[in-house]
Design a binder for this molecule. Structure first.
Ligand code: ZN
Ligand code: ZN
Length: 897
């Protein structure tokens, strides 16, 4: 939808869309900006331009327009008390990891808290009406601005003021009146300073008018009145109109403090701590000028690099001042901001990784480290985390509990970065030799494939600036990952299938065939569990045909059959395969048990990533930073089995979604989003609570046993636990035991063979003098004790490949034989580890025609290796054991001709 079109339409009828009661009562006048023509409302009749074009833009820096000074936490207290005083409920923030929407990784606005998906529609569910919430929002689209512009954050607090105009809520008049009084009464801003600008908002098929409110050029908030749906002109009014007023808490603090940047008043004691540690000697007059120039420049230039250049020039800064003051300041702000974001995200269960939303967290931590390295700062991240949490816990008390977890995760992740630095450094050095700096696309590829951030390249001096479009391009690339496809069937006209497995759950039932597509059958009711939530479908029989697959399409269950397909309208008898169902059910409850067991053993960051429950095996993928150790695996298994031993009750209750979230928190969404109003809560006493649509045992004791069969780190930040439960677990244990017995038996047998071989070798060694005597006495061809002797006119050839002779034997026997009999040649072939070796001796006479070195070389080549020596003694070998016979034949032919 074209926003400009809508704005034109709405601004052509201001009385209807924008003129609120307050404007009339107070005498606001409507004006059109002399520069950009936008319409705005003001009490200052002399004002000619909109707040963004006006001369006084950002003049609050160094000259705050309020009589009161509030920092970040104090500002929230002021805002909260004002709205509570005026009939609002103050709601705690929702997690920054947006587990209730499958199209968002992170909560990006306060209104997202209350949006739930119902089929293809978004509905609003408010825990109370009206309400106000200090919602931490994460946005990674313009990371390059953070630390530089004075007002961009990777996470910020959106003051959400929300209302539905019925049952206690209000609409435009009261909303704007409240916002105006918040600024003037609570914050003490002069009435003439408040300017409302006409705008519109459109998204997700709905739209409405909005009033942005500014003070001294700083946009403090935007009151959106979501009211219509459809195409402009053909639009209709929504059943559920919503007030979505979002304001930046950081900006409220900033306007009252008038510091050079919003960072100076929003990170509590961190910035000062860093100033002292690093020792920046900043001149506040200069900084005020510089950051005012930056703020104004942002309206005039598209590229941040130009904004910065322009501000440096207009403030009259030298290169030395930029390097000594501006660059370190930007680093300090960046570190403070990024750490705060990491604290919120990790506390809410996200992990840095290279997949999904986790990549954002990895990239910002790497920016922190690269900045510290580039600036040669030694900073204690643990100390900074403590400072942040100590300051924030006033507003967000929940952060206190995850303090140590955040530290641990950052330590592990920093270690990983340090480990990969030498590899990344090599790639970086190569790049440096190139003539052209890398393009944005090349930078993105480098990050995606090697984890190399542009900040690291900046640290290495490969690039001097990070291209402005890098982070937004990267962000777009990752945005669309979180979507799933559902196969479409023409089922619109069919009623929803009655799901018997959520009721009586009969294993045998009668049903009517409503629709047949080829081998796919839709019934009016079914007890066959349809594939969902990682639980595999039931099998069994419908009429006389086998049920091989069952899927749910919206509310309609579709059975896939093999064999004769029943006809539409027919009444059929259906039987569920109970053994399969029972096994799958045990595996499903086991995933819940293992999930909570893993969290208890490993840490709060463990969430179910995905799960799969078949009849004879199952797996649970959890979010965790490292592969599991043997000890961790057995601890998890022990915890799980102790829950089975306690025979805990598994209860299933249906709750209103909002109530369930308020009561249990968002931990219930382990299996993903629940797209219905009523959620099915499966709880294992006080051990585990999840929203889940699967089948479960009634008591954990029914599972009897859980065995983890294998664990594996399947991707960055995700570990797979493969397991079996119930009878399959017992079979596994039995099999494992018999395997152990077999392995022990094999080992014993091997040991015995080895012992026999050693005995034979010992015997051979002892027999050496006797053998030498016997062979000396021979003058014809025969075999003595596995040594073949061939005698020709001039040579006596002795050869053996018996495994009873080892290297010691061949070396000593061959040497003595060659010495005793100058016309003899000895060749011994034997296996040694993975190779076949050959040892050749030739006596004084024989060596003149039968060169030992040449024989060893030729034999070794056949064996795929190399060998050599002199005419009297040589050795060699190769790995190709299949050529052993060929090698023996070669040796014989070389000696005997
Ligand atoms: Zn303007
Ligand atoms: Zn489940």
């Amino acid at each position: 939808m074209d926003k400009k079109e809508i704005l034109k339409e709405f601004s052509s009828d201001p009385d209807r869309y924008y003129k609120v009661k307050l404007f009339e009562e107070q005498g606001f006048v409507r004006k059109s900006c002399s520069k950009c023509k936008r319409f705005f409302w003001t009490l200052d009749s002399g004002r000619q331009m909109c707040p963004e074009d006006s001369e006084d833009t950002y003049s609050f820096i160094g000259d705050p327009p309020t009589s009161k000074r509030f920092d970040y936490t104090q500002s929230w207290r002021e805002v909260e008390s004002f709205f509570v005083k005026n009939g609002h409920t103050s709601v705690s923030r929702y997690p920054v990891v947006c587990r209730w929407r499958d199209d968002l990784y992170f909560t990006i606005a306060s209104i997202v808290d209350f949006q739930r998906v119902m089929g293809s529609k978004v509905v609003f569910e408010f825990p109370s009406n009206p309400l106000v919430v200090p919602q931490t929002c994460l946005r990674f689209k313009d990371l390059e601005n953070v630390g530089v512009t004075g007002r961009h954050f990777s996470s910020f607090c959106m003051i959400g003021q929300h209302s539905i105009p019925n049952s206690g809520g209000y609409w435009k008049d009261e909303c704007v009146d409240l916002d105006y009084r918040l600024l003037t009464e609570q914050f003490g801003i002069r009435k003439e300073e408040v300017v409302f600008v006409e705008d519109v908002w459109a998204g997700g098929g709905s739209f409405g008018s909005s009033l942005e409110y500014f003070v001294k050029g700083l946009e403090l908030g935007n009151a959106v009145f979501t009211e219509f749906q459809g195409e402009l002109g053909k639009h209709t009014t929504l059943d559920q109109r919503v007030i979505d007023m979002g304001a930046g808490l950081e900006r409220f603090a900033w306007i009252t403090k008038g510091t050079p940047t919003a960072y100076d008043c929003c990170f509590g004691p961190i910035t000062n701590h860093l100033f002292e540690k690093i020792g920046i000697d900043s001149d506040s007059e200069m900084l005020k000028k510089y950051f005012t120039e930056i703020a104004r420049g942002l309206e005039n230039f598209d590229d941040l690099i130009d904004v910065r250049k322009h501000a440096v020039k207009n403030t009259g800064l030298t290169d030395d001042q930029v390097n000594r003051i501006i660059t370190p300041l930007e680093g300090i702000y960046l570190i403070a901001d990024h750490l705060r974001t990491l604290i919120f995200a990790i506390s809410d269960g996200a992990l840095p990784s290279n997949v999904g939303g986790g990549y954002n967290l990895r990239i910002i931590l790497r920016r922190v480290i690269a900045t510290m390295n580039r600036m040669h700062w030694k900073l204690d991240l643990d100390e900074l985390i403590d400072l942040h949490i100590d300051y924030l816990k006033d507003t967000y008390s929940e952060l206190d509990a995850s303090r140590e977890d955040v530290k641990l995760i950052l330590k592990i992740e920093s270690g990983r970065y340090e480990e990969s630095k030498s590899r990344m450094g090599k790639i970086g050095t190569k790049l440096k030799e190139r003539e052209k700096p890398p393009t944005v696309d090349e930078l993105i590829t480098m990050y995606e494939s090697d984890g190399i951030t542009p900040d690291f390249l900046k640290e290495l001096d490969v690039i001097s600036e990070i291209p402005s479009t890098f982070y937004s391009k990267l962000s777009d690339l990752h945005q669309s990952e979180k979507k799933r496809d559902i196969e479409k069937l023409p089922l619109e006209d069919l009623p929803e299938t009655e799901l018997l497995f959520y009721g009586e759950d009969p294993m045998e039932f009668e049903a009517k065939v409503l629709k047949v597509f080829g081998n796919l059958v839709v019934l009016d009711r079914t007890s066959f569990y349809a594939r969902g939530g990682g639980q595999e479908p039931d099998h069994g029989i419908i009429s006389s045909s086998k049920v091989v697959d069952v899927n749910k399409h919206g509310g309609v269950v579709v059975h896939q059959l093999e064999g004769q397909i029943p006809k539409e309208g027919q009444i059929v008898i259906c039987k569920v395969d109970t053994e399969r169902r029972q096994n799958i059910t045990k595996n499903h409850t086991s995933t819940h048990i293992l999930n909570s067991s893993s969290r208890n053993v490993l840490g709060s960051w463990v969430w179910q990533h995905s799960a799969f429950k078949e009849s004879d095996h199952a797996r649970l993928d959890i979010t965790h930073h490292s592969p599991l150790s043997k000890k961790e695996v057995s601890q998890i298994e022990d915890t799980a089995n102790s829950i089975i031993q306690k025979n805990m009750s598994v209860t299933i209750e249906n709750f209103d979604r909002g109530k369930a979230e308020q009561h249990y928190g968002f931990k219930i969404y382990q299996g993903g989003v629940v797209p219905v109003k009523s959620v099915r809560i499966v709880s294992i006493e006080d051990f585990d609570v999840e929203a889940c649509g699967g089948t479960h045992v009634k008591k954990t004791g029914e599972i009897d046993l859980i065995k983890i069969t294998k664990t594996k780190r399947i991707q960055d930040g995700v570990v797979r636990i493969e397991f079996v439960s119930g009878p399959t677990a017992h079979q596994f244990v039995k099999h494992q035991k018999s395997q152990e017995v077999k392995i022990a038996g094999d080992a014993l047998q091997k040991q015995q063979i080895e012992k026999q071989r050693e005995e034979r070798k010992q015997k051979a060694r002892e027999m050496m003098p006797v053998l030498l005597e016997q062979i000396s006495a021979i003058n014809d061809t025969q075999t003595i004790d596995e040594i073949d002797v061939s005698v020709t006119d001039s040579t006596k050839f002795c050869f053996t490949s018996s495994d009873k002779f080892n290297e010691f034997f061949h070396i000593n026997f061959g040497k003595k034989l060659a010495k005793n009999e100058p016309n003899s040649v000895y060749v011994g072939i034997f296996e040694s580890g993975p190779t076949i070796r050959v040892i050749v001796y030739a006596g004084e006479e024989a060596s003149k025609t039968k060169n030992a070195g040449l024989i060893a070389k030729a034999v070794s080549e056949i064996l795929g290796g190399a060998g050599g020596g002199d005419a009297k003694f040589a050795q060699g070998g190769g790995k190709d054991t299949s050529k052993k016979d060929e090698a023996i034949a070669k040796a014989k032919s070389m000696v005997l001709g």
